[in-house]
Design a protein around this ligand. Sequence first.
Ligand SMILES: Nc1ncnc2c1ncn2[C@@H]1O[C@H](COP(=O)(O)OP(=O)(O)O)[C@@H](O)[C@H]1O
Length: 435
Amino acid sequence: MDPLDEAPEIANSEANLPETVVDMAEDQASQLVTDQAVAAASEHSVEDLEVKDAHVIFTNVWNDLEEEIGRENLRFSKELILLGGAPGSGKGTNSGFISKARGLTCDPIVVSSLLDTPEAKRIKEAGGMVGDTEVVGILFRKLLEEEYRDGCILDGFPRTRVQVECLHLLVQKMNQLYREYHSTPLAINFRKPTVHAVVLFIDEKTSIERQLLRGRKIAEHNERVETENDGEPLELRLTDLDPTAAKRRYRVFKEKTWDALQSLKKIYHYHFIDAGGDIAEVERNIRNELEYQSSLELDPETYDAVRHLPLASELGVHARQELVRRLDGYELEHRELFHHVIEIIQSRFMPIVRRHAIAGLAVVNSEDSIFEDPITLAMVIDVFAERGFRAVANINLAETPDHFDIETGKITCVTKKIYRFQIRFAGSEIRRGGR
Ligand SMILES: Nc1ncnc2c1ncn2[C@@H]1O[C@H](COP(=O)(O)OP(=O)(O)O)[C@@H](O)[C@H]1O
């Protein structure tokens, strides 16, 4: 039986706009997520009194440095490797290996270790983030140390949008200094900077497990140091001992750092790494990615033109969490409409879907004007996704004769909108005569 045969004939289908409609639905849905995330982040912000303007922060730091050590001594690293990822994603574990792969001999700069004032420690222990002014001031000063001249790894920078802005401003200044000193004897100290962002991705569950694992390992190590009086104790983060605090750290990452890291790909070399596997696998992924990008035969300009487009492997990573947030958003903000859509799915869609359980593909057409609001299309797609189906929606325009003028012979038509949903799922394996 043809799975499409539930669809009534559509006369004079004039426009078939699948991508547009699905885009509309998904846009609407993701806008909702973004708005909620922003609202949640600002509601809980503890840094409201802090300077948020990257230009102000950067200019203050830069002017202080210039005044203190002189413009000709503002010698930053030629290559900056920004290593980002959720807590426990393996930044510390992999930074030594990345250094080697990039031919760097200096230790990575672990930004959170630089932040050791009592106030910064208090914030870190609560799973929060230290203010941008402090981070940028300390880090830029550190970067000027001689050992980082050729390049360095920055473990945990940038972590916020303001820090990303400050980074852009720093790179701009470095480019300016490069041009300024280009034909002078000091040129070697002001080479054109290159920036790579390496982003390690793990999900929330893995992040929490690994933070707690690190906590257990360090606690055991420190106990051994104390009882056997052998070796040096390691810094133990309180958030690594407490599942709730570890979870909070991941959430802060997801709300404040994830987007900031994503924005780097528009401007710098960007390496997205699936870091969910075991250590050997992650190392392999990093090696492959770094080798792949450096062996690309694309002209740098061509590569620049395409690199801001997302990689297929990135798109799925937060899809489940975002779906959950969107669904919760419908329930909170459009409860009545949401329940109405669920009721339509239950009473009108599901009988058709059930009838096509062997084929795994059902098509449902509807003229219900409720679907004029794009959010209802998003709701249908998301509710089906939540239940394990893949739904796609598109709009067909059908011209139907409405009036026939006997005298002139003129036919007037009305245009009807028909909403067409394709619902795919794993069909039954049991088929007569099938293998
Ligand atoms: N791929 C991996 N598989 C299993 N455990 C890992 C992996 N990468 C790191 N770990 C462990 O997870 C914990 C956190 O790793 P770490 O490198 O300190 O993360 P980060 O610096 O990103 O917070 C450590 O105990 C480390 O040994």
